[in-house]
Design a binder for this molecule. Structure first.
Ligand code: ADP
Length: 601
């Protein structure tokens, strides 16, 4: 502030001083030119007076009263002084005068020989009798650079208001730019929060510093905006990627055949696929984000889910099985797997719970176990019979011819039964491990069904069951594996006779349907099958558990095998039945005329 005040004072003083110097110069010129010209036009005698005469030069110089007047002299053409007047202490220096008439009037600078001060000298010609006789030289001191004492007081008077004004302005400006200081601090804090680069520290509180920092701040904000722009772009790309990955993960979880539930650390579901609803009987909306107690109706499942809640130690792979409360035939297996963070395999963030309807597997397993004991029994019984009858035959002396024939027939029947069972088992095993090869041949469907029908007639007769065949003679030829297809039809036919009551009737029919479809039906009026069992009779080893079935021998393999064989021929087998009224099995498959098929096989 003081520096500013001094600067203002110095500038003002310099201007004043320069102005004064200019005024002085002009005044000196006016006086010098006037004195030289006035004396030049005076009589020679007046310029160089006789002794005792008054000097015109002195009179005129006194009239002017110029405080800087140094001298006035008259010199002849050789430069010798003819008359001179000087101010106190002044000595007129020598000077050469012009010779050309156009330069007779003029001025120049000379140096005072006494004190070395600069003198502005004005000269003019002195004429005598019309001839140039010499020159008038009037000298005036140039103004001293020093400041006059009266000027000092003026300066003092001037400096005071300047100083006061500067101080006032300083405080006013400070007050005005104070908010800028706060703004500057805020900019500093904001720039620090950018984490890129801080503003340079404030040097002082002036406007220039603030403008510089503001400029810096604008650049920082600009670069921060660019950076945020890039980050926003990459985060948008990241979000798209996450959404894409999430959609992929969800579609994968939705497409798996099991019901999937994901619960978070607090045991609250965050994902459930559509397959969960039929198993738990609650919709997706009722599950997500809600405590299991609010939606889980099954007590066992609820207890299973709650064990993972806020209990890290419980978060390990566990499984359980339960029977549906609504449907006792439905068995569900529940398996829970801990979900670990991909980055840190020790951080658990929830559990993946998979619900699987294992009813079919369960019943198949159960039936399998029953089958083993059943097959053992089925094989052991004929073996006992074989042993008994073979012993009888050994003792042939005591047997009549008729008894021997009967024994041999019994042994033959039992061997046939065992061979049939073993054959079925072998075919199933080949089918299960994929080694069964179809050998398609051209077959007249009519003949194939007729053969099967004929082979069962004795069997039907023995059971008191009537057999009926309804097939059109022009059924046509098809390409199929005759032996396998025959096993399927034999199984249906033998079942129809087996599960009929004496006096019953079995009808075998076949027909061509639209769209090249062919249909074979085996219908009986026997014991029938309940709707629930209709769904299960094609399962391996499954036998309906009722006394009617139990009283008939069987292995639970016939329908399973028939279904597999028809599937291999790209056909389907369905069942319609009513308990006590009878059953109809229908095979539908593509006719595939021989001519078209030839090239394909
Ligand atoms: P099985 O050797 O026991 O007959 P299948 O696989 O042929 O085995 O049949 C499975 C079960 O389906 C049978 O045990 C029986 O309970 C039922 N079944 C099959 N065919 C008939 C039918 N025509 N009438 C009534 N029940 C049948």
């Amino acid at each position: 502030m003081i520096a500013a005040s001094v600067a203002v004072i110095v500038i003002v003083s310099t201007l004043l001083f320069k102005n004064q110097a200019k005024l002085h110069e002009e005044k000196t010129r006016v006086h010098g030119v006037a004195l030289a010209r006035a004396l030049s036009s005076a009589e020679y005698s007046q310029l160089v007076p006789e002794t005792g005469q008054s000097s015109l030069m002195r009179s005129l110089a006194n009239v002017q009263g110029n405080e800087n007047f140094a001298y006035a002299i008259v010199v002849n053409l050789a430069g010798a002084k003819l008359h001179e007047i000087t101010s106190d202490g002044s000595i007129a220096p020598d000077a050469s005068m012009p010779t050309e008439p156009h330069s007779w009037f003029g001025e120049h600078n000379v140096i005072s020989p006494g004190d070395g001060r600069q003198i502005r000298e004005f000269f003019a010609p002195v004429m005598k009798n019309g001839q140039l006789a010499g020159f008038i030289r009037a000298g005036y001191y140039n103004r001293q650079a020093a400041v006059m004492s009266n000027q000092i007081s003026n300066l003092g008077l001037m400096a005071l208001p300047i100083f006061l004004l500067t101080t006032l302005s300083y405080f006013l400006i400070r007050r005005e730019i104070k908010p800028l200081g706060q703004l500057s601090k805020k900019m500093e804090q904001a720039s620090l929060s950018f984490g890129v680069q801080a503003l340079t520290p404030a040097r002082n509180q002036d406007l220039g510093d603030f403008v510089q920092r503001f400029d810096q701040f604008v650049q920082l904000v600009q670069s921060r905006v660019n950076q945020l722009d890039k980050e926003s772009l990459s985060s948008r790309a990241g979000t798209h990627l996450i959404t894409y990955k999430q959609e992929k993960a969800e579609s994968a979880l939705n497409s798996i055949p099991d019901a999937v539930l994901v619960i978070d650390d607090a045991g609250i579901p965050t994902f459930a696929n559509a397959k969960l609803e039929p198993i738990l009987g609650v919709s997706h909306e009722e599950i997500i984000g809600r405590q299991p107690q609010e939606w889980c109706k099954n007590k066992e499942v609820l207890a299973f889910l709650l064990r993972f809640r806020n209990s890290p130690s419980a978060k390990r792979s566990v499984r359980m099985e339960y029977v549906s409360e609504e449907n006792p035939d439905q068995r569900i297996s529940v398996a829970a797997y801990p979900l670990f963070s991909l980055r840190d395999q020790t951080t658990l963030f929830g559990m993946l719970i998979i619900f699987r309807d294992i009813s079919k597997e369960y019943f198949a397993k159960q039936a399998g176990a029953e089958f083993v004991s059943h097959v053992s029994h089925e094989l052991k019984t004929p073996l006992n019979t074989l042993a008994t009858y073979s012993e009888l035959l050994l003792d042939h002396a005591s047997l009549t011819e008729a008894e021997r024939v009967e024994a041999v027939n019994v042994i033959h029947d039992e061997v046939e039964r065992m061979a049939g069972l073993i054959n079925n088992l072998l075919n199933i095993s080949k089918m299960d491990n994929g080694t069964l090869q179809l050998v398609r041949k051209r077959v007249k469907l009519h003949d194939l069904i007729q053969d099967a029908f004929d082979s069962m007639s004795n069997n039907a007769l023995g059971k008191g069951v009537e057999l009926e065949l309804k097939i059109p003679p022009d059924l046509g030829s098809v390409r199929l594996d005759k032996d396998l297809f025959r096993i399927a039809i034999d199984n249906l036919l033998s079942n129809a006779i087996k599960y009929s009551n004496p006096g019953g009737k079995v009808t075998v029919s076949a027909q061509n349907l639209d769209h090249d479809q062919m249909q074979i039906s085996v219908r009986d009026r026997g014991i029938g099958i309940s709707p629930e069992d209709c769904e299960k009779v094609f399962l391996k080893y499954y036998r309906v558990s009722n006394s009617e079935t139990a009283s008939r021998s069987g292995h639970g393999l016939g329908l399973y095998l028939a279904k597999q064989i028809i599937s291999l021929h790209h056909g389907v087998i369905t069942v319609n039945s009513e308990p006590g009224k009878g059953t109809e099995f229908i095979i539908t498959f593509k006719a595939q005329p021989v001519q078209l098929e030839e090239s394909q096989d």
